[in-house]
Design a protein around this ligand. Structure first.
Ligand code: TAP
Length: 478
């Protein structure tokens, strides 16, 4: 195929990636955006396959069937709450794919095979790759392998295969720094001398070790941030492979993944009021509190008032406005469908219903948006933190469902709190606050929530799905 034609088609694919990404920024256009980006990817793949450099379609078809089949089966069967670890594994595979592409390209360019006159295959060394290609090969291998092992550790932590608590090795920063410096030196040796194939293999080992060492000191519950960062790394590794293969579409798509992963990481850190350095090197957290990692530090002298489902239904149906605040507990209980049913019933009774979405509610970016979209909650009813916060003052009921940290007023008032400064949903400003959760136990941050002891707060103790089902039943009976 003509090189110019290929590049123009790659450009079309890249444009589709960018338009697709833009559309992903709103729930209303996200599906279309996904489709457009997928179409871009399809075009890029077909053009690459039609390109004459493709050697064996059989390998490609076998890989697509096995890999695609496994991926589709896993994505279809995964629990919504296990989505972060699935994404982690996908990132890891992306990283190692880039590393393998760079390694195989190095070896095929160093050892080009030619058929001799007798039809036998003999290897000759050409020393073909130039310095710039060698540098990008080294970077692709380094970043790709860090992404692979880092992602596998993230997966193991989230899946409970290893402790979620930070593993803090003595002098770990020096160890990591030493390994990174060693990898850099090897990279320079490799770039200066294409024959130094041994150096790239040592880089493989060091990068694999670095991925593990950089990820084990991070608490299990911070893993979603790490996964988003590793996602960015996998994009960078792909972009580097793009330079190795001189494939513009790969360079552009890898850079887009790299940049969007970084933006997402920043949004998540901002939502938690933590710096990226604090997440990566702070050794924060004891694992995932919701998985039993933390204990309540509630003051025994304070009492939290309780309310039952019937009373809650009565208060809500007489309200002008109810703001529903979903959190991780709603995801665990899979209560989104019955929550929507509650919202619909209240609306039918003339109550204005809004959903307040905190950027880090749940355990992955957009977690609440995805769940509520799955339950067909209309998009216009979903409000971001900045848009909804001024509304709580004029709201009769804030109904908190399985959310904890994202509603903790200590973030506004208690300078000694680990979450001080984290933007929260100001639910305490509503006339009545109802909190649906099973106990007074803390959430991810492992800290007490003074919200539960305020005079306007009522606890509805129980599993989110069964409690909201009871409230719905009471509303229907009224
Ligand atoms: P959390 O603060 O973790 O609180 C969730 C609450 O849900 C728990 O206190 C738990 O209380 C309750 N719960 C668990 N299972 C339940 C069930 N079946 N029914 C009812 N309640 C249940 O959640 P959040 O408010 O959504 O905040 C998210 C936290 O995760 C933040 O601290 C955030 O920084 C962190 N984080 C988020 C992300 C992203 S991207 N979303 C990434 C990393 C970290 P009981 O045990 O008493 O029921």
């Amino acid at each position: 195929m003509n090189e110019y034609l290929i590049n123009i088609i790659y450009l079309v694919a890249a444009a589709l990636f960018i338009f697709g990404l833009k559309k992903l920024s709103s729930p209303a256009t996200a599906r279309r955006g996904n489709l457009e980006a997928a179409l871009g990817m399809l075009i890029a793949i077909v053009v690459t396959l039609l390109d004459q450099q493709i050697l064996s379609f059989w390998w490609i078809i076998a890989g697509a069937i096995i890999g695609g089949g496994l991926g589709a089966w896993w994505a279809k069967t995964v629990q919504m709450t296990a989505m972060p670890q699935l994404v982690a594994v996908f990132n890891g595979f992306g990283g190692v794919a880039s590393a393998l592409v760079a390694l195989s390209e190095y070896h095929s360019s160093m050892s080009r095979t030619v058929a001799d006159a007798a039809g036998e295959i003999a290897a000759i060394t050409t020393g073909d790759p130039k310095v710039d290609t060698l540098i990008t090969m080294g970077l692709s291998v380094l970043i790709g392998m860090v992404t692979l092992t880092g992602s596998l550790v993230a997966f193991a932590k989230l899946q409970g295969l290893m402790t979620g608590a930070p593993i803090l090795l003595p002098a770990r920063h020096w160890l990591n720094l030493g390994l990174a410096a060693f990898a850099l030196i090897l990279g320079i040796v490799f770039a200066a001398n294409a024959e130094a194939g041994w150096a790239i293999w040592i880089i493989v080992v060091i990068a694999a070790a670095l991925g593990i060492l950089l990820t084990i000191p991070i608490g299990g519950a911070d893993m979603p941030v790490v996964i988003s960062l590793l996602n960015s790394y996998s994009g960078l590794a792909a972009a580097m492979s793009g330079f190795v293969l001189k494939n513009e579409a790969l360079i552009i798509s890898g850079s887009l993944v790299g940049a969007s992963g970084l933006i997402l990481t920043r949004i998540m850190c901002k939502g938690m009021n933590r710096s990226l350095a604090n997440v990566l090197f702070g050794g924060f957290g004891t694992g995932d509190a919701a998985a039993g990692g933390a204990t309540s530090s509630a003051d025994a002298n304070r009492t939290a008032k309780q309310m039952d489902a019937e009373d809650a239904a009565l208060v809500m149906e007489n309200a002008k406005q109810v703001i529903i605040v979903p959190g991780y507990g709603m995801a665990v209980a899979q209560a989104q469908h019955v929550v929507r049913e509650l919202g619909d019933l209240l609306e039918k009774r003339g109550v204005t219903v809004k959903y307040a979405i905190h950027p880090v509610a749940g355990r992955m970016p957009g977690h609440m948006n995805v769940l509520l979209a799955e339950a067909n909650v209309p998009y216009p009813q979903l409000y971001d933190l900045d848009d909804i916060n001024p509304d709580f003052d004029n709201t009769d009921v804030a109904l908190v469902i399985g959310a904890n940290d994202v509603t903790n007023p200590a973030a506004r008032t208690d300078t000694s709190s680990p979450i001080y400064g984290m933007p929260i949903l100001d639910v305490d400003k509503a006339k009545t606050v109802m909190v649906v959760k099973r106990s007074l136990n803390p959430g991810f941050a492992g800290i007490d929530n003074p919200l539960y002891y305020l005079t306007n707060t009522y606890m509805l103790f129980g599993d989110a799905k069964s409690m909201i089902t009871d409230v719905v039943g009471a509303l229907k009976a009224n």
